[in-house]
Write a protein that binds this ligand. Structure first.
Ligand SMILES: [Zn+2]
Length: 287
């Protein structure tokens, strides 16, 4: 008589690798703390970040926030940062006032980084930079000067390999909310989730083509009011697609992110998706 446990062992041996080992990894990053405009009536930077934090906690998902300490003081900046840090989520540097390196040049840009770091040091800021506008310096001299300054300060650069332009939904949402256009908001919801799915599927296909594997993905999001509204559904979408949530530090240990060490040469990893996605514009709930 066959032993049922032996049967089970034989069956297990015939199975492919455990699904967990093959699960693609995704790290969630949120830019523009404390505030990402515009806000519909009744929403504030604090209510938005509280909703995002609650959704992350519910999903058991880690997240990394990138802060402009020079913004939003009158709109609850300190409360936003208190709540984010109290939830156990780290913060990094996004420049004091969100200035564009390509417009201000290396010297002013580095001064912005230092000013932001001094403001955020009491909150335990980690030496990680997300470039505002993802602008790392079109001018090679400016680019190298900033990277040299970052290396001297032991920074890592936060890469971006997934983005579906989540920020672009916040202005149409505020307009639709002001007009009481529920159908417009419902349309935005469908399109937001479709864009997130299309972006992730395109990135995974590109990663398989280029590397024969899933690199760990780093997703760029913002602390916008529509992001907060959609966060439970967005996290469920990624989970249903098989993604496993990891920290930014875990994701960037992968060799794909080697050049996010500013002392290492090479371009910082950019979006894996190469095809453009549609996003809502002025035609949605026009002003
Ligand atoms: Zn930003």
């Amino acid at each position: 008589m066959k032993h049922p446990r032996l049967l089970t062992a034989a069956l297990l041996a015939a199975l492919p690798l455990p699904a967990l080992a093959a699960a693609p990894q995704i790290a969630l990053t949120f830019d523009d703390l404390p505030s990402h405009m515009p806000y519909p009536a009744g929403e504030t930077p604090v209510s938005v970040v509280d909703a995002i934090v609650a959704a992350l906690k519910q999903a058991g998902a880690p997240a990394f926030g990138f802060v402009n300490a020079g913004k939003g003081e009158a709109d609850g900046r300190d409360t936003v940062l208190d709540h984010w840090r109290a939830a156990g989520f780290p913060i990094g540097n996004h420049g004091f006032r969100h200035l564009n390196l390509d417009k201000v040049g290396a010297a002013e840009f580095v001064a912005e980084i230092d000013r932001n770091q001094a403001a955020l040091a009491p909150r335990g800021m980690k030496p990680w930079l997300r470039y505002p506008f993802l602008a790392e310096g079109k001018d090679p001299a400016a680019r190298d000067a900033v990277r040299k300054a970052l290396a001297a300060r032991n920074y890592r650069i936060a890469g971006v390999s997934l983005s579906f332009d989540d920020w672009a939904w916040n202005a149409p949402y505020a307009r639709c909310a002001a007009q009481g256009d529920a159908a417009g908001i419902a349309d935005l919801e469908v399109r937001y989730l479709a864009a997130a799915r299309d972006d992730a599927e395109a990135a995974r296909a590109a990663s398989q083509t280029r590397f024969g594997r899933d690199v760990p993905y780093v997703l760029l999001l913002h602390v916008g009011a529509f992001d907060a509204r959609m966060m439970p559904r967005l996290l469920a979408l990624y989970r249903d697609m098989g993604f496993r949530f990891v920290t930014l530090e875990q994701a960037q240990r992968d060799r794909f992110y080697a050049a996010t060490d500013p002392a290492r040469p090479g371009p910082t990893p950019a979006l894996l998706r190469t095809t453009p996605l549609s996003r809502p514009g002025d035609e949605v709930c026009p002003a």
